[in-house]
Design a protein around this ligand. Structure first.
Ligand code: CU
Length: 464
């Protein structure tokens, strides 16, 4: 097993929680978060990391195990770990851009297991190497911890067979390239069946906006797949020439179309059929979080009306009863003429993707094409540019669950909301009481609101 773009802390902890009630081994981990120096792209900077490592430690578990993670944050910031590398102080840059309304900063490189690879400056001594034996088949675990963009990934001269996504089986997809969104995970089989040698595993940005965007991160991140054995390697590993370029739509679209649940006897699907809550959500939200957009218009047209473009910060959430069956339609828009993909991510529950397509969702005709045979079960789905996606899930996990676009910049611009799933009627279907030793939060939301109020109050005016 190998994590690539690894170290996505949030995701690993979440898996631990899903497995809480099942039987199996018990694992204890101690995470200490503190500042440490790292050098990439010829410059050294201090970062908040877990157990002095970047990316963080890997948690290895088997289905049914229970994982305890004690996290001690000795730094001054909250933390998620990402696979994009910024030379500067990313916290500072993002905060400045949010204040001024600028687009958040572009990364200077992407990393594979923490390394930008041979094609980036000052990086070739530390390029990540993966040694394989000829004839064996390996399971590659792809985790996209990239902050703001989708990524194409390929290995020179090697096919990829995608067999899982978001921890659920899919019908095997034989391909030479995958497109992975922030927050997505994939299980990929790779057979080492090529002549002994060294081959680049490479990834680069896929840009679904395309028009008018100039400053994106054009670096190619690489690692090396290296055959064990006696041979003289070529001077330079071969590069995957099939890796699409930034503006190449079709490989992404073709790949997304092929994602289907395995849906067999051992791994059946169970799509909710008694929908009591239907939500049709476009990229705009109001303070009192609605089941529908504030107005309906041709969401994907070229010149959309200006008065529909304002988003508002709010604190309203959507309550769900325990085991309520929910359908959500996400609608992409062309507002401000910047349509693009949005990787929509739900915490706490996986969902079935029962439909997706381009243009404006039609509530009369589109449900007739819903896929109830083999819809993929995911926790992050790519809402295609100027398109729509329909999902269903059963709210069987009580708690407070964020759902949001997984582009960090869109999340920070409030493309998000919260579901609160109520407790069921038994202790087993309810949230556990917090343990008595759980310390109270030092920096509560209320105190942060007060900080805003004391700074300039601008932001607070928008909060109801
Ligand atoms: Cu988005």
């Amino acid at each position: 097993m190998m994590g690539i773009f690894s170290g996505f802390l949030k995701l690993m902890l979440l898996y631990g929680m899903f497995l809480w009630l099942a039987q199996g081994k018990v694992h204890y981990h101690e995470f200490v978060l503190k500042e440490a120096n790292f050098t990439r792209l010829c410059e050294t900077k201090s970062m908040l990391v877990v157990n002095d490592s970047f990316p963080g430690p890997v948690i290895r578990v088997t289905k049914g195990d229970t994982v305890y993670v004690n996290v001690q944050n000795q730094g001054n910031n909250g933390l998620t770990i990402h696979g994009s590398w910024y030379k500067g102080d990313v916290n500072k840059e993002v905060n400045e851009d949010l204040e001024t309304g600028n687009v958040t900063p572009q990364s200077n490189a992407y990393t594979i297991n923490g390394q930008p690879g041979d094609l980036c400056p000052c990086s070739n001594e530390s390029t990540y190497r993966w040694q394989v034996e000829h004839g064996k088949t390996y399971l590659l675990r792809l985790v996209s911890a990239v902050m703001n963009v989708e990524i194409y990934f390929a290995i020179a001269q090697h096919n990829l067979t995608v067999v899982g996504m978001s921890g659920s089986y899919v019908k095997p997809i034989l391909t030479d390239v995958v497109m992975i969104s922030p927050g997505q995970t994939m299980d990929v089989l790779v057979t080492a069946n090529q002549p002994l040698g060294r081959y680049y595993m490479a990834a680069r940005q896929y840009d679904s906006i395309r028009q008018g965007v100039k400053n994106y991160d054009k670096e190619n991140v690489t690692a090396i797949l290296e055959y064990k054995g006696d041979y003289t390697p070529s001077v330079s590993p071969s590069f995957p020439n099939n890796l699409p370029t930034y503006a190449d739509f079709s490989p992404a679209i073709e790949f997304m179309k092929r994602i289907r649940s395995l849906a067999n006897k051992d791994h059946p699907i169970n799509v909710p059929q008694n929908i009591t809550t239907r939500m049709n959500i476009s990229g705009i939200y109001t303070a009192d979080f609605p089941d529908n957009p504030p107005s309906f218009f041709n969401f994907t047209e070229d010149d959309s009306p200006d008065d529909t473009t304002l988003s508002v910060q709010g604190t309203k959430v959507r309550m769900l009863n325990y085991n309520e069956e929910v359908e959500i339609v996400f609608q992409g828009t062309n507002l401000l003429d910047v349509s693009m993909d949005h990787p929509m991510h739900l915490h706490g529950n996986s969902f079935y993707v029962i439909g997706s397509g381009y243009g404006v969702f039609d509530i009369e005709t589109d449900p007739k094409d819903y896929n109830f045979d083999d819809p993929p079960k995911l926790n992050t789905v790519t809402l295609p540019k100027n398109g729509c996606v329909a999902i269903r899930f059963k709210a069987s996990n009580p708690g407070v669950w964020l759902w949001h676009c997984h582009y960090e910049r869109h999340l920070s611009w409030s493309m998000s909301s919260v579901f609160i799933v109520k407790n069921g009627e038994t202790p087993e279907t309810s949230i556990r009481e917090p343990p008595p030793y759980l310390p109270p939060c030092k920096d509560s939301f209320t105190s942060r609101l007060l900080q805003y109020e004391n700074s300039d109050g601008n932001r607070l005016n928008k909060i109801d």
